[in-house]
Design a protein. Sequence first.
Lengths: 113, 114
Amino acid sequence: EPEVTQTPSHQVTQMGQEVILRCVPISNHLYFYWYRQILGQKVEFLVSFYNNEISEKSEIFDDQFSVERPDGSNFTLKIRSTKLEDSAMYFCASSTSGIHEQYFGPGTRLTVT
Amino acid sequence: AQSVTQLGSHVSVSEGALVLLRCNYSSSVPPYLFWYVQYPNQGLQLLLKYTTGATLVKGINGFEAEFKKSETSFHLTKPSAHMSDAAEYFCAVSDPDSSYKLIFGSGTRLLVRP
Protein backbone atom coordinates (compact mmCIF):
# COMPACT_ATOMS: atom_id res chain seq x y z
CA GLU A 1 0.00 0.00 0.00
CA PRO A 2 1.39 3.43 -0.89
CA GLU A 3 2.48 5.56 2.04
CA VAL A 4 3.94 8.94 2.84
CA THR A 5 7.55 8.77 3.93
CA GLN A 6 9.58 11.33 5.86
CA THR A 7 13.28 11.73 6.53
CA PRO A 8 15.01 11.97 8.87
CA SER A 9 13.00 10.37 11.65
CA HIS A 10 14.86 12.45 14.23
CA GLN A 11 16.93 15.60 13.77
CA VAL A 12 18.89 17.38 16.47
CA THR A 13 20.13 20.85 15.66
CA GLN A 14 21.51 23.88 17.42
CA MET A 15 19.56 27.10 17.73
CA GLY A 16 20.09 29.34 14.72
CA GLN A 17 20.90 26.49 12.33
CA GLU A 18 18.94 25.74 9.20
CA VAL A 19 17.12 22.44 8.85
CA ILE A 20 15.37 20.80 5.94
CA LEU A 21 12.73 18.19 6.58
CA ARG A 22 11.95 15.92 3.69
CA CYS A 23 8.77 14.18 2.65
CA VAL A 24 7.83 11.92 -0.22
CA PRO A 25 4.04 12.10 -0.67
CA ILE A 26 1.99 9.38 -2.30
CA SER A 27 2.69 9.54 -6.01
CA ASN A 28 -0.70 10.49 -7.46
CA HIS A 29 -1.56 12.99 -4.75
CA LEU A 30 -1.90 16.66 -5.58
CA TYR A 31 -2.43 18.38 -2.23
CA PHE A 32 0.41 18.57 0.31
CA TYR A 33 0.49 19.74 3.89
CA TRP A 34 2.82 20.23 6.82
CA TYR A 35 1.63 20.02 10.40
CA ARG A 36 3.48 20.07 13.68
CA GLN A 37 2.82 18.69 17.14
CA ILE A 38 4.65 20.14 20.09
CA LEU A 39 5.06 17.50 22.81
CA GLY A 40 1.82 17.05 24.71
CA GLN A 41 -0.14 19.46 22.52
CA LYS A 42 -2.53 19.22 19.60
CA VAL A 43 -1.55 18.82 15.98
CA GLU A 44 -1.34 22.25 14.31
CA PHE A 45 -1.58 23.18 10.66
CA LEU A 46 1.44 24.93 9.18
CA VAL A 47 0.99 25.17 5.42
CA SER A 48 -0.84 23.71 2.45
CA PHE A 49 0.59 23.44 -1.06
CA TYR A 50 -1.17 22.84 -4.35
CA ASN A 51 -0.26 23.36 -7.98
CA ASN A 52 3.30 24.32 -7.05
CA GLU A 53 2.36 27.12 -4.75
CA ILE A 54 1.31 27.75 -1.18
CA SER A 55 -2.48 27.78 -0.93
CA GLU A 56 -2.66 28.68 2.74
CA LYS A 57 -0.30 29.19 5.67
CA SER A 58 -0.89 29.59 9.37
CA GLU A 59 0.38 32.33 11.67
CA ILE A 60 3.09 29.93 12.80
CA PHE A 61 4.48 29.78 9.24
CA ASP A 62 6.47 32.99 9.34
CA ASP A 63 9.39 34.13 7.19
CA GLN A 64 11.67 31.54 8.81
CA PHE A 65 9.70 28.75 7.15
CA SER A 66 9.55 27.81 3.50
CA VAL A 67 8.31 24.86 1.46
CA GLU A 68 9.40 23.53 -1.86
CA ARG A 69 8.59 20.75 -4.25
CA PRO A 70 11.93 20.59 -6.03
CA ASP A 71 11.04 17.65 -8.24
CA GLY A 72 8.06 15.43 -8.94
CA SER A 73 8.34 13.45 -5.75
CA ASN A 74 9.85 15.37 -2.83
CA PHE A 75 8.18 17.99 -0.67
CA THR A 76 10.43 19.83 1.77
CA LEU A 77 10.00 22.11 4.76
CA LYS A 78 12.90 24.42 5.53
CA ILE A 79 13.38 26.30 8.75
CA ARG A 80 15.97 28.98 8.12
CA SER A 81 17.11 29.77 11.66
CA THR A 82 15.74 27.38 14.24
CA LYS A 83 14.52 28.47 17.65
CA LEU A 84 14.06 26.41 20.79
CA GLU A 85 10.29 26.64 20.34
CA ASP A 86 10.54 24.94 16.94
CA SER A 87 11.19 21.65 18.76
CA ALA A 88 8.27 19.45 17.77
CA MET A 89 7.16 16.51 15.68
CA TYR A 90 6.61 17.60 12.10
CA PHE A 91 4.15 15.66 9.97
CA CYS A 92 3.79 15.74 6.22
CA ALA A 93 0.45 14.78 4.68
CA SER A 94 -0.93 14.41 1.19
CA SER A 95 -4.27 13.81 -0.48
CA THR A 96 -5.66 13.24 -3.95
CA SER A 97 -8.07 16.11 -3.66
CA GLY A 98 -9.34 18.44 -1.01
CA ILE A 99 -12.35 16.40 -0.05
CA HIS A 100 -10.42 13.21 0.34
CA GLU A 101 -8.63 12.13 3.47
CA GLN A 102 -5.09 13.19 4.13
CA TYR A 103 -2.49 10.50 4.54
CA PHE A 104 0.17 11.27 7.11
CA GLY A 105 3.81 10.33 7.23
CA PRO A 106 5.43 8.96 10.39
CA GLY A 107 6.84 12.35 11.29
CA THR A 108 10.23 13.92 11.93
CA ARG A 109 11.07 14.73 15.52
CA LEU A 110 13.01 17.99 15.55
CA THR A 111 14.97 18.84 18.67
CA VAL A 112 16.54 22.29 18.87
CA THR A 113 19.19 22.71 21.57
CA ALA B 1 -13.25 30.09 12.42
CA GLN B 2 -13.52 26.37 12.76
CA SER B 3 -12.67 24.58 15.98
CA VAL B 4 -12.88 21.13 17.52
CA THR B 5 -13.43 20.25 21.15
CA GLN B 6 -12.71 16.82 22.52
CA LEU B 7 -14.15 16.26 25.97
CA GLY B 8 -11.85 14.28 28.21
CA SER B 9 -8.10 14.24 27.67
CA HIS B 10 -8.02 10.71 29.10
CA VAL B 11 -10.64 7.98 28.90
CA SER B 12 -10.19 4.64 30.67
CA VAL B 13 -12.29 1.57 29.89
CA SER B 14 -12.11 -2.11 30.67
CA GLU B 15 -11.38 -4.57 27.92
CA GLY B 16 -14.69 -5.55 26.33
CA ALA B 17 -16.47 -2.38 27.43
CA LEU B 18 -18.01 0.27 25.19
CA VAL B 19 -15.68 2.99 23.96
CA LEU B 20 -17.13 6.49 23.59
CA LEU B 21 -14.88 9.40 22.65
CA ARG B 22 -16.59 12.74 22.34
CA CYS B 23 -16.03 15.37 19.67
CA ASN B 24 -17.88 18.62 19.07
CA TYR B 25 -17.06 20.98 16.26
CA SER B 26 -17.74 24.53 15.25
CA SER B 27 -18.03 25.34 11.58
CA SER B 28 -19.78 27.98 9.51
CA VAL B 29 -19.99 25.67 6.51
CA PRO B 30 -20.94 21.99 6.17
CA PRO B 31 -17.86 20.33 7.58
CA TYR B 32 -15.85 17.35 6.61
CA LEU B 33 -15.07 15.39 9.77
CA PHE B 34 -12.37 12.87 10.55
CA TRP B 35 -11.08 10.68 13.33
CA TYR B 36 -7.40 9.80 13.38
CA VAL B 37 -5.55 7.46 15.72
CA GLN B 38 -1.95 7.85 16.83
CA TYR B 39 -0.12 4.92 18.37
CA PRO B 40 3.01 5.66 20.43
CA ASN B 41 5.86 7.02 18.31
CA GLN B 42 3.87 6.70 15.11
CA GLY B 43 2.11 9.01 12.69
CA LEU B 44 -1.59 9.63 12.33
CA GLN B 45 -3.76 6.91 10.83
CA LEU B 46 -7.23 7.61 9.49
CA LEU B 47 -9.97 5.73 11.34
CA LEU B 48 -12.98 7.11 9.50
CA LYS B 49 -14.39 10.19 7.80
CA TYR B 50 -17.65 11.95 7.10
CA THR B 51 -18.04 14.14 4.04
CA THR B 52 -21.61 13.79 2.81
CA GLY B 53 -24.36 11.17 2.77
CA ALA B 54 -24.99 8.65 5.51
CA THR B 55 -24.47 10.18 8.92
CA LEU B 56 -23.33 6.94 10.53
CA VAL B 57 -19.92 6.08 9.21
CA LYS B 58 -17.97 2.93 9.82
CA GLY B 59 -14.21 2.82 10.00
CA ILE B 60 -11.39 0.44 10.58
CA ASN B 61 -10.92 -1.77 13.63
CA GLY B 62 -14.65 -1.79 14.47
CA PHE B 63 -14.96 1.94 15.13
CA GLU B 64 -17.86 4.04 13.97
CA ALA B 65 -19.01 7.63 14.38
CA GLU B 66 -22.27 9.48 13.88
CA PHE B 67 -22.52 12.99 12.49
CA LYS B 68 -25.24 14.90 14.32
CA LYS B 69 -25.66 18.32 12.80
CA SER B 70 -28.16 19.51 15.40
CA GLU B 71 -25.69 18.72 18.17
CA THR B 72 -22.58 19.67 16.16
CA SER B 73 -21.10 16.38 17.29
CA PHE B 74 -19.14 13.53 15.77
CA HIS B 75 -18.60 11.08 18.62
CA LEU B 76 -16.50 7.95 18.09
CA THR B 77 -17.69 4.60 19.43
CA LYS B 78 -16.68 0.98 19.51
CA PRO B 79 -18.89 -1.67 21.10
CA SER B 80 -16.12 -3.67 22.71
CA ALA B 81 -12.66 -2.34 23.58
CA HIS B 82 -9.55 -4.34 22.89
CA MET B 83 -6.16 -3.87 24.50
CA SER B 84 -4.74 -2.91 21.10
CA ASP B 85 -7.09 0.11 20.97
CA ALA B 86 -4.98 1.93 23.54
CA ALA B 87 -3.76 5.02 21.70
CA GLU B 88 -4.41 8.74 21.25
CA TYR B 89 -7.43 9.68 19.19
CA PHE B 90 -7.84 12.96 17.37
CA CYS B 91 -10.99 14.43 15.92
CA ALA B 92 -10.47 16.86 13.05
CA VAL B 93 -12.57 19.14 10.87
CA SER B 94 -11.73 20.25 7.37
CA ASP B 95 -12.88 23.50 5.84
CA PRO B 96 -13.55 23.25 2.10
CA ASP B 97 -13.34 27.05 1.89
CA SER B 98 -9.87 27.05 3.40
CA SER B 99 -7.52 24.75 1.46
CA TYR B 100 -9.08 21.75 3.23
CA LYS B 101 -6.58 22.07 6.04
CA LEU B 102 -7.36 19.94 9.08
CA ILE B 103 -8.14 21.59 12.40
CA PHE B 104 -7.52 19.08 15.17
CA GLY B 105 -8.93 18.68 18.62
CA SER B 106 -6.57 18.34 21.54
CA GLY B 107 -6.83 14.56 21.52
CA THR B 108 -8.12 11.88 23.88
CA ARG B 109 -5.82 9.21 25.23
CA LEU B 110 -7.68 5.91 25.50
CA LEU B 111 -6.49 3.52 28.20
CA VAL B 112 -7.78 -0.06 28.15
CA ARG B 113 -7.66 -1.98 31.42
CA PRO B 114 -7.38 -5.77 31.34
